[in-house]
Ligand binder design. Structure first.
Ligand code: ASP
Length: 417
């Protein structure tokens, strides 16, 4: 696993090798352009496929183990309550930051985007309403849900299975629990292997492909809008979450950042909290020092439903669109935006660009629809990739803060020390 790096020279440490791979990816992409992007792109795809390969068994074994070891009684209810409370609180803070930024900077006022270059929307399926999100959670067929990597359904099934196992008599409970525990350990071993052997080259390829195909232009267009979002995300990442860590958990934010370097770099290069999940679990367990019981319970759920960066983006994005269209949204409508943005961030899949697709749920809530809106969203898509990379970092970091704070509140010691 990654601990083999301890005591090694700086350039042998994995996070440095990954950071260097990222830099080389930018340089390679700029110099090599599309030909390089085309020739190394498959390595990035391979890396993401390897990570995705372990997600379903990892989430299933991790949650079943976590829930079954907490037990079905008050312990589980308490953990669940704390986890949900933390998710709701941080996502709400993120929405408020998004609203503040867009109201202060007003990037959409006077912006002429209706003639800008637009992009095709990616074909992601999204729920259309809150009720649909809830109904979608319960799978008709677990195997089908697993085959489609439908995370909310897998999590639901794993929680109820874990609860059921915890109520069995010992002769049945123990072998099942052992089986899931052993499966979980095997998945963690696989994660370690993928990080160690494939991550640097995979990150190089992903960044080289991005920069090689879009150039740095992806980072420049729609300047003020992108800058406003980047400021909001930075505020949440560097101010709100560290304050929560310090005051709610009594945890040193700098130490937590240091321990989370690998997942942060992975989230940035993959744009997917789902694909980053194995690495997040590994870091929170082995570096931050959170128990199996809390990591197994909070992180898979967090990767799927706790998306602070996405919630911030939904709020700021919708208000930006309203500004471009010259529509004034009053206080009540902005509150409606916050509420639906929270739901949309829960419903967004933990994959690249999911946030941009679910923005339509929020737009619908305040009656912003029609071809002009689609044009603006298309223009936003043109600069979405770097913003997506950044909001994924915020999503993943908020999950790890939650795990650390909840572990502390459950009496665990040695967190981020
Ligand atoms: N890519 C983000 C994630 O996986 C979701 C989003 O598009 O906002 O966390």
């Amino acid at each position: 696993m990654t601990e083999v790096n301890e005591g090694a020279k700086w350039h042998q440490k994995l996070h440095w090798r990954i950071a260097i791979a990222m830099l080389l990816g930018v340089i390679g992409g700029l110099i090599g352009g599309e030909p390089l992007a085309n020739s190394v792109g498959w390595l990035g795809t391979l890396f993401i496929k390897l990570l995705k390969m372990i997600i379903v068994p990892l989430v299933l074994t991790s949650i079943v183990t976590g829930v079954a070891s907490v037990g079905a009684g008050a312990g589980l209810g308490r953990l669940f309550g704390k986890t949900m409370g933390y998710y709701a609180m941080t996502s709400l803070f993120a929405c408020v930051v998004g609203l503040l930024m867009v109201n202060l900077i007003q990037p959409g006022v006077g912006a002429d985007l209706l003639g800008a270059d637009t992009e095709e929307m990616p074909g992601l399926e999204t729920a259309q309403s809150a009720v649909e999100i809830i109904l979608d959670i319960v799978p008709e067929n677990f195997v089908a849900a697993a085959a489609e990597t439908n995370m909310l359904s897998i999590i639901f099934f794993a929680i109820v299975l874990g609860v059921a196992i915890s109520t069995l008599r010992q002769a049945h409970r123990e072998p099942l629990l052992n089986l899931f525990e052993a499966g979980f350990e095997a998945m963690m071993r696989l994660t370690g292997g993928i990080i160690h052997f494939v991550a640097p080259i995979g990150v190089f390829a992903l960044i080289a492909r991005l920069v090689g195909t879009t150039g740095l232009g992806a980072f420049k267009a729609l300047g003020l809008y992108a800058l406003m979002l980047a400021c909001g995300l930075t505020l949440h990442l560097l101010v709100t979450l560290p304050l929560i860590l310090r005051f709610l958990g009594g945890i040193n934010p700098v130490a937590h950042f240091r321990n989370m370097t690998q997942p942060i770099v992975m989230a940035f290069s993959t744009s997917s909290s789902g694909a980053t999940l194995p690495i997040t679990i590994e870091a929170v367990k082995n570096r931050v020092g959170v128990s199996n019981r809390v990591t197994s319970f909070t992180l898979p759920m967090g990767a799927t439903i706790n998306m602070d960066g996405t919630a911030l983006y939904e709020c700021a994005g919708v208000l930006f669109i309203a500004q471009v269209m010259g529509v004034q949204l009053g206080f009540e409508q902005q509150m409606l935006v916050v509420f639906t943005a929270l739901l949309a961030s829960i419903g967004a899949a933990a994959v690249p660009s999911a946030g941009l697709v679910v923005i339509f749920i929020v737009l619908q809530a305040v009656n912003l629809t029609g071809p002009q809106v689609e044009l603006i969203v298309g223009a936003m898509l043109a600069v979405d990739r770097p913003l997506d990379m950044y909001r994924t970092v915020v999503n993943v970091f908020s999950d790890s803060c939650g795990a650390a704070i909840i572990a502390k509140s459950e009496g665990e010691t040695g967190i981020d020390e």
